[in-house]
Design a protein around this ligand. Structure first.
Ligand code: ADP
Ligand code: ADP
Length: 232
């Protein structure tokens, strides 16, 4: 589903080159929950941003469904972005808008008919357990509820892939568990492929099928949770 082939990303910063991602090879299968773990600065965020073309690789190819994402036309890229959604550590919600509007937003942008939007938003708010919060403003919600809104917004366009950038790092352990449970349901019920980055070991242990460990831009280990955590 997602295939990194010898991917490197080099940033230029004040005349210096910084290798953020260094010759990474990874394959994420459809319907899998794949975790990328590593310390801050390891290159995790850059790696996921290469999938939806928020960053372009300096070298190598990122294939989604067999297609090189850097070769897409602007129109194809817009279509692809509906199929690859993202959630964030700090939720990135529109604070002065209602929960309803936040979730409706990507559908409004793509010009969906109003009645279809209403149906879809109600359905998805029900799925994430926020049906009774539709008319709340997002600053009236707890952190966990905000992330549920972020997840509902990400699911509004019925994506194939969900990218999670430290999605539970701002949440307490109990809320983290409930969000991980929701991510598992998204995979099980909608067969969404989930690529998540985190610095929290318990998160990958709890929810990921396979894991890659990143250090200084390189994937230094990858395998099933069992392989990685039972072999010394
Ligand atoms: P992580 O998500 O693991 O914390 P990042 O991908 O954010 O790692 O960063 C990897 C390295 O790339 C870091 O050294 C960071 O400072 C650098 N970096 C990230 N984004 C940029 C950028 N836009 N310009 C220059 N350097 C960047
Ligand atoms: P605005 O664009 O003024 O911020 P909203 O995003 O709240 O307005 O609403 C956009 C549209 O969605 C409106 O036409 C409204 O009728 C409808 N709507 C808003 N909230 C709900 C809700 N809780 N249930 C169903 N429809 C809603």
């Amino acid at each position: 589903m997602i295939n990194f082939k010898n991917v490197s990303k080099v940033y230029e910063h004040e005349g210096e080159e910084l290798v953020a991602v260094n010759q990474v090879n990874l394959q994420v299968e459809r319907g899998e929950i794949f975790g990328v773990i590593g310390f801050s600065g390891a290159g995790k965020s850059t790696l996921v941003r290469l999938v939806n073309q928020l960053e372009k690789p300096t070298d190598g190819e990122v294939l989604v469904d067999g297609q090189d994402v850097s070769s897409l036309s602007a129109k194809e890229l817009r279509g692809m972005r509906r199929k690859i959604s993202m959630i964030f550590q700090h939720f990135n919600l529109l604070e002065s808008k209602t929960v309803y509007h936040n979730v409706a937003f990507p559908l409004i942008l793509s010009g969906e008919p109003k009645d279809e939007i209403k149906k879809r938003v109600e359905e998805i708010l029900d799925f994430v357990g926020l049906k009774d919060r539709a008319n709340y403003y997002t600053d009236q919600l707890s952190g966990g509820q905000k992330q549920r809104v972020g997840i509902a917004r990400a699911l509004a366009t019925s994506p194939d892939i969900l990218l999670c950038d430290e999605a539970t790092s701002a949440l307490d352990p109990e809320t983290t568990q409930s969000i991980l449970e929701l991510l598992r349901r998204i995979r099980d019920e909608y067969n969404v492929t989930i690529l998540m980055i985190t610095h929290e070991m318990n998160v990958v242990k709890d929810v990921c099928d396979r894991v890659a460990v990143m250090e200084d831009g390189e994937v230094i280990e990858q395998g099933s949770i069992f392989d990685l955590f039972t072999n010394p």
